[in-house]
Design a binder for this molecule. Sequence first.
Ligand code: CA
Length: 515
Amino acid sequence: MGIRIAERVALCGYLAILAAIVVNLLLPNIARSESPSRTLPNIIFILADDIGYGDFGCYGATKVKTPHIDQLAREGVRFTDAHATASVCTPTRYSFITGQYAFRNPAGDHILSGEAPLSMDAAKPTVASILKKAGYATGQVGKWHLGLGNNDLDYNREIKPGPLEVGFDYAFFFPATGDRVPCVFVENHKVVGLDPNDPIRVSYLKKVGDEPTGLEHPELLVMKAAEGHNNTIVNGIGRIGFMAGGHKARWTDSDMADTLTRKAVAFIERSKEKPFFLYFATHDIHVPRVPHDRYKGSSGCGVRGDAIQEFDGALATVLDALERLKLAEKTLVIVTSDNGGVLEDGYADGSAASANGHRCNGPLRGFKGSLWEGGHREPFIARWPGHIRPGTTSNALIGIVDMLATFAAVAGVDLPPDAGPDSFNALPAILGSSPKTARESLVLQNYNGNGLALRKGPWKFIPARGPGTNGSMPLLFDLKTDIAEATNLAVQKPIIVAEMREELRKIRQGEKSRP
Ligand code: CA
């Protein structure tokens, strides 16, 4: 019996030592899994507005200066075949948040007004809700333009559903675009600085209130406006849509970049103890282009060039904050844009006459709002120290619709079956590991869900008589040899045309395109 007890004691001691060794070996991993903040990188996704493929120095611009963006590219990877999923704002942003092609949802497939209801199903997974569930603090700052409310939007009351209902913990945003009413910021559910004695009224159908419009009083405009941009005048600028009231809440156009950047940095500072995801959607360089005084005339390429340099300055402020907070090493930073470049866009702001040789879309054909490459091929730069090899270039085909699956992969979570039906994980392509490609093909959308094109390998196919295209013939281009889309090869390559037409039909009629 005594021997047995001694044996047991020895055995227990042995087991205790063994257990201690095992625990010690596992402890770092256990600690990591219980405390995501120690291992998960932060994600900052900076989405510029209307920046073209040729607008940054690292993409060939020589006159407009973008030193901080160029530095980011030297420290990370620069993509040459990355695409906004549409040639205008809302559908690209819709696809970013949902991982779904916007053409599948008529509520989010076109440019929305400041009265439109929320364009997505708040119950379905979004890039924000997936990361929130994975332990991230999630913030949205800047342009929203994805609709608000349930057809009951009243800017004087709680504004929801909106960003918070689709997965963001915090939001500071302007509802639609800089050229659309209401010209106010919303923080979470409330208009910032709203005086209840001066309620906001908004209409896109008829004039509200008695403030002058650009149509009635063009002499009051500081910037000549084209039709559609000549409704209510706010800060001397005719807007799309009519608004009344909310005078104390109205933004100052030249301060927009600074205000939004300050809010982005404040979110980073507040969230630094957790892994965080910041979706920073700038107003720059959308119209009306009213950069701060310190950028006026800075580019020598007109107000559009000045706005690009202001965007570069905003990026610098965000990157400085990461350095100051010692977060740069554990943060994936991505910079891209929602659609291609355009010169004058509703206002006679002199952008065309003063471009001074700057080519906003570089060698590409077309502009924002077209299915040509100039409408959707974008700069795309990613930096993640220690993970992405500095100064690299990738020619992988990726789309902004891929960010949902990509960020889920960064966070180490599997996609729920109903999440991101068109989103492919581009992380291996971003990291330069194998496979270097994220996807075989990509659907590109014009300004509504009827205008679609398909990319596959070097080929780009645009169906005949699709809206946004003029011809009665289908178009087929070999982008490897003809990035300017100058030579239509549809007649010479009927088999490729037939295959791509069929693939586009299948993707369009199906419910998802990812595996
Ligand atoms: Ca845009």
